[in-house]
Every structure is written in C-alpha cells, then in structure tokens.
Design a protein around this ligand. Sequence first.
Ligand SMILES: *Cc1c(COP(=O)(O)O)cnc(C)c1O
Length: 370
Amino acid sequence: MATEAVHAGREDLAGQGLHAPPIDLSTTYPSYDSRGEAARIDAFAAEGADPEGPPIYGRLGNPTVARFETALARLEGTEAAVAFATGMAALSAVLLVRAAAGLRHVVAVRPLYGCSDHLLTAGLLGTEVTWTDPAGITDALRPDTGLVMVESPANPTLAELDLRAIAHACGSVPLLADNTFATPVLQRPAEQGARLVLHSATKYLGGHGDVMAGVVACDEELARGLRQVRFATGGVLHPLAGYLLLRGLATLPVRVRAASATAAELAGRLAADPRVARVRYPRLGGAMVAFEVHGDPHEVISRVRLVTPAVSLGSVDTLIQHPASISHRIVDADDRRGAGVSDRLLRMSVGLEDVEDLWSDLDAALGRRR
Ligand SMILES: *Cc1c(COP(=O)(O)O)cnc(C)c1O
C-alpha cells in the first residue's frame, strides 16, 4: 500500500524524463485525423471505454485526472476509477447510470452523509429510496432495485457495518460502499464484495482541505457507464484538482496512520472524562471521533482555539463540527435522530497536530469539570 500510494499513476514519468507529473490544462486537443477521432468517439459512445490515443476534449478525459484514477483504483483494488467534480457529483452519476437502465429503486442504510441522505430522500434524480437496517436489505429488494447504498464507518456516528454480510444480502444488486471515512488504508470494500466504492476525495484523499473532488472505484463495466454519464452531464474533475489528489495519495497511508494514533488516544481520554457522556470510535480505527457532551455542544464549538470549528474532515488540521447544525442539518430532524445523530453529538476529524496540544484545547473547550 505505501509503495503503491507513492508510485501508482506515475509509472511512465521516468521514461519521459519527468519527476513531478505534468498538469495538462488543455480543454481541447488538435488532431489532423478527424476520421480517426470520429471512430474513437463512436467507440466511446457505444462502450464508454477510455478513448485510446491522444485526448480529444476535456470533458471526455484528461491525462492528469487519469493518473489519479489509475492510482486510486490500485489502492482500492478495483479495475477502474472514475473521478468527478465532487463526492455528490460522483454519487449522482452512479444514481443516473442505474436509473438509465430502468433501475430507479435504491435501498439504503442510515446514517449516510447528510447530503447523500437528502439526495435519496428528495428523489431529486428521479430515484425512489427504501430505508432499512442491514437485516432488512434482502426483503427490501425489488425487481427495479438498482443499488444498495451504505457507509461504514458512517458519517457522523461512526457506526460500523459488516460489508461482507451486506454484499451477500444484496444478491446480484450492486452494493455501493462510501469509504470516505476509512480510506483504502484501513478498509478495501471491493475485497468484501462492494461493486462500487465511493469517496468524497475532498476529505482524506486530498488531505489538505484545498481541493473538492469525488471518485468511484469499480469494475470496468460499471466504469464505462459512469464515464458516459460524466461526459453527458459534465461533472468533470479539474486537472489541477487531479494533480493535487495524486500528490495527496502519496502521503495518504502516513497521514491516516498518524492521525488515527492521535484519534485513538483522544477517544480514550474523552471516554474517561466526566464531562463527556458517550464516545464513538470505530473498531476499525481511523482519525474520526464522535462524542456527546453533558453540556451544550454549541458552547464546545464556540470555545475551541487550536481546533478549527468547521464542517468537512480529513485535513492535516483538526476540525470539529455539530452534525445536527451543519453536515446533517438538511436531513429531517426525526429521521436524523432515528439514525442515531443526537442533538448533543459532536464530530471531530483529528489531524496531524501534537496530541497534547489538541488535548489541552479540547480540555479547555469542554469547560469546567463537573
Ligand atoms: C463529504 C462527504 C460526501 C460528499 O462529498 P463532497 O465532496 O462534499 O461532494 C459524501 N460522503 C461522505 C461520507 C462525506 O463525508
């Protein structure tokens, strides 16, 4: 994993006399062979295969973005990966591919990231959702079910699911696992039977809070459909973002392991603290900690100084937010509470700062000892 993270997607560079990957900002590509281009566009329209040969137009594919896709597929252990402008654009493309095949029904397990929940609940893309717990998945499947969607560890409660058992329960319906929180460093859902692995690459893959992106790792058959939707709907990733993501992947294993060690330590200290009612930290590990305080969670947010009070996660710096107010605000309050997202829950994304500095900031933010 550590070696792949550094080298995947860069294999051709030394042969070209390059060290850093070039950033190709072209929107279009000259060609004197329009017959050849016609044949390649026909092949893409029929099959969705990445056009062979030189690029044609930025919305059809970009070499810098392709490097990131190659590397991420390698890390997730899938045949392919298809990158999008954001995580939500990636999820939209998956839903559209399935709906276009006449499979408009989605079975999903709460909690999901707030906007994923909203997209499914509102049916904005013409899909219909059935919410269930893992044990109810098989019974919820219909002839027109095109997708089963889960997150593990889930945003924001860090609830964990048995992906292998869920993949089994899905039968022939593709399982989509949102792997944003675990990253391929801690969990590779494709090995457990998920056919689609989704990332908000905005989070750990980018890793520095300065790039928005999404990506779906999957087999080549599904990737072809996703590329065709991306071409037709336009949610492409910018090449500069592709460059930053490839650079982010190189340090992903080191970042995730270091932040996870700090997160585990902080989770332990929070669990032993009388001001804290409950701590959730995944068995799998990871750099996310969720906890409920006895006092007012808004006061904790207002008192942090080193920790950044902001939504999002997976950056080099530690972030804290109140899901009921921000990341999951768009979910109906009863649905949110039913999914275990209480009004007292705080979600912290642990970064790379010194653990003692983080603890003294949290200790002060938690307020007077009871
Ligand atoms: C942030 C997030 C998303 C959405 O990703 P964007 O890049 O913000 O569109 C999806 N799933 C999870 C688990 C997330 O945390």
